[in-house]
Design a protein around this ligand. Sequence first.
Ligand code: NAD
Ligand code: ZN
Ligand code: ZN
Length: 391
Amino acid sequence: MRANTWAGRNKVEVRDVPDPKILNGRDAIVRITSTAICGSDLHLVDGYVPTMQDGDVLGHEFMGEVIEVGSGVDPGRLRVGDRVVVPFPIACGACGACAAELYSCCENSNPNAGIAEKMFGHPVAGIFGYSHLTGGFAGGQAQYARVPFADVGPLKIESDLTDEQVLFLSDILPTGYMGAEMCDIQPSDVVAVWGAGPVGQFAMDSARMLGAAKVIAIDKEPYRLRMAEQAGHTPVNFEEVDVRSRLLELSGGRGPDKCIDAVGLEATHGSAHIAAYDRIKQAVRSESDRPHVLRQAIMSCRSGGVVSVIGVYGGLIDKFPAGAWMNRSLTLRTGQCHVRRYMKPLLERIERGEIDPTRIITHTLPLEEAERGFEMFKNKQDDCEKVVLKP
Ligand code: NAD
Ligand code: ZN
Ligand code: ZN
């Protein structure tokens, strides 16, 4: 089959790779009809995750048709012919973490749990197309994918919604929603969101859906800020104004009640993070060349507020403002999204027309043009917000 693969730092390549096969009784093979490029893929392509190998198949946002199931898959749950969206964290459905709906912390789905344990203190779930730290599973920017524990994760789509309407249930819609949900939004809340990328846009829409009075979008890309503004949010360009002062102005002098970091690694690429990843030390950019979003969010948030982190972090970061966090009674919440928890309720919201996930799609390309898609998305060319690939 054809698949988009990691080919070294800043290089992806669509190549011929072996077709996936059923390896375990609870696997399914999905023929992929739509897949997308994510900000998380950029961390891999940037070379900030050292456990990538040449030829690894990328992609963790995908959907398609089930064409084969293992003997252990309950036919009541999944059958050949079903149309499914696949959540990015692979979850066994039976461990303590899964029982608590902490699917991205599944204790059984990552065959390389030992690497994750060294890095993070405890194992994390397997993830499609997301390096050997999370299991080395082949990803979904491909014609076919093997889906482990296929009777747990995949969500069947039984209505006639288009791929574009439901594809983002695989990751970024639940992730943005979780970012807002972790904020316990109250009707008078001012919510500030750092990052007007796809994840940030859905965090903003979700904050409004959950009742926030005002939602602020912080970024530097004018077209991304425009997109947020068109959706009803208040733009702040961090290259043009002092972010903290502007946020105070927009929140009656107290600071936003809730702050969401939908940027993560991109804004740090910091020395301490990289020190934890010794092998890619050369890739370091100085931490001082970007404002540090997490620090800015903590320093801006009103006392007693919530800082919700959905941007991805890897190793360590410098200068965490523990004093502000402690002395001003802030709550810090975070996580890789527990996607499965949110898929059904968000599908229902899409069906009811409460949220339109298609609004962020700016480019649809054949899989063969994945390289161009990555280039546009990474370099913010041609007003690129979200690329959907068609295998
Ligand atoms: P993206 O790269 O398209 O968007 C990031 C945006 O942040 C860009 O528009 C960039 O201009 C902006 N930005 C950079 N520095 C900034 C700063 N200092 N202040 C404000 N904005 C700044 O990526 P995306 O697809 O929207 O993903 C965003 C983040 O969410 C990534 O870190 C990604 O890995 C993460 N993510 C997390 C989960 C999860 O489960 N928690 C799931 C998916 C993605
Ligand atoms: Zn993603
Ligand atoms: Zn589990």
